[in-house]
Write a protein that binds this ligand. Structure first.
Ligand SMILES: [Zn+2]
Length: 308
C-alpha cells in the first residue's frame, strides 16, 4: 500500500467514524425518498426529483438505484467493480461525444452514515444525470465527456482511486468533481493552486454566462482537511479540481472556516457557515436544495463542454 493510499484510508475511516458516532446521537430526521418508479414515470424529472431517489438510503441501495435508473433510461454504461481491504463498491462510467480529449465529470453516489446525503452528494448525481440527457441529445464533436459516478468517496476517495488504478488516463484533459452543488448563488472551483487548462476553460465558460471572477465565481487553492474524488486524478498529474456552489454572502466566513484546519477538523463543534451547516448531518435533506443553485451548475457545465 502506498503511503498516499494509507493517508486516504485513515482519513476516510476517521471521517466516516466521526459522522457515524455524532449522527447516532442526533435526532434522525424523516425523509421521504421518492420511489425510482415515480421518477421514471416523469419524462423530464428535476434534479431535486433525482436526488430524492437516493436521499436517506443506505449506500448499497444508492449504488443499485443509480444503475437501475441508467438501465431503465436505456443508457449504455460500464460498471467498474472494486474490492479491496479498504472496501468495495461499483463505479459507473458513461461517455458521450467524440475526439481525442476527455473531460471527466464526477459525482459520488455514497453518503456518510446517518446523513440523508442530499447535498452531499445526491444533488450532484442528479445534476450529471440531467446533463447526460442534454449532452446525449447533442453530443460534442471535439470532446469526449466522461461521466463517472463513484462509490466510496467518503472512504478516502476509494472508488476514484480504484478507477484511476484500473484505467488508461491518456487523453484526459481535465477532471471536475462535483460536491455540495445545491445551496448558494456563487461558483467555487477549488484545489486549484495554479492555473491549468481546466481553470482557464472554466473561467472562459462561466464568464461567458456573466459570472465575474472573485465576485460570483471563485478559484481557490489547495484546501486543507476537505477533499474529493478529483484528488485521485490530481495525484496522477491531471488538472483536477472540485466544483461547489457557495452562498456569496458567506464567502468570507467560508474562507475562514475552510482554510483554518482546526476549525475544519472540529467542524462538528464550531459554528459552520452554509452549506457546511448541514454537511454530514441528518439535516442534509433534499428540502434544503435550491433549484436555482442546481441549475447554475448544469448551465456552467453545459458552457464548459461547449468551450473546453
Ligand atoms: Zn461528498
Amino acid at each position: 500500500m502506498r503511503l498516499r493510499d494509507a493517508g486516504c484510508f485513515i482519513r476516510g475511516r476517521l471521517s466516516v467514524g466521526l459522522a457515524r458516532a455524532l449522527n447516532a446521537r442526533r435526532r434522525p430526521e424523516r425523509v421521504a425518498a421518492l420511489p425510482l418508479e415515480t421518477v421514471l414515470a416523469l419524462r423530464d424529472p428535476s434534479v431535486v426529483d433525482l436526488a430524492r431517489v437516493l436521499e436517506g438510503r443506505g449506500n448499497a441501495e444508492r449504488e443499485a438505484l443509480v444503475a437501475r435508473y441508467l438501465s431503465a433510461r436505456g443508457v449504455v454504461f460500464e460498471t467498474q467493480r472494486f474490492n479491496t481491504f479498504e472496501g468495495s463498491g461499483a463505479n459507473y462510467v458513461i461517455e458521450v461525444g467524440a475526439g481525442d480529449r476527455v473531460l471527466v465529470l464526477i459525482a459520488h453516489h455514497d453518503a456518510v452514515p446517518g446523513s440523508p446525503g442530499a447535498n452531499d452528494n445526491a444533488a450532484a448525481v442528479g445534476i450529471l444525470l440531467k446533463l447526460l440527457a442534454r449532452t446525449a441529445a447533442a453530443p460534442p464533436r471535439d470532446l469526449r465527456v466522461r461521466l463517472l459516478f463513484t462509490a466510496a468517496e467518503e472512504l478516502g476517495y476509494l472508488g476514484a482511486r480504484a478507477y484511476v488504478r484500473a484505467t488508461e488516463l491518456r487523453g484526459v484533459a481535465g477532471v471536475l468533481s462535483l460536491e455540495l452543488c445545491g445551496i448558494g448563488d456563487s461558483l467555487a472551483l477549488w484545489d486549484a493552486p495554479a492555473e491549468t487548462d481546466l481553470t482557464r476553460g472554466f473561467a472562459r465558460a462561466v464568464e461567458g454566462l456573466g459570472y465575474r471572477r472573485d465576485e460570483t465565481y471563485h478559484t481557490v487553492g489547495r484546501i486543507p482537511v476537505f477533499g474529493s474524488d478529483h484528488r485521485a486524478f490530481a495525484d496522477a498529474g491531471i488538472p483536477a479540481h472540485g466544483l461547489t456552489v457557495i452562498p456569496g454572502d458567506e464567502a468570507e466566513g467560508l474562507r475562514r472556516f475552510i482554510f483554518n484546519p482546526w476549525r475544519s477538523v472540529f467542524r462538528q463543534l464550531v459554528h459552520r457557515p452554509r452549506p457546511f451547516d448541514t454537511y454530514h448531518t441528518p439535516r442534509d435533506r433534499s428540502d434544503t436544495l435550491e433549484p436555482a443553485a442546481l441549475d447554475r451548475v448544469g448551465a456552467a457545465l453545459d458552457a464548459l463542454i461547449r468551450t473546453f
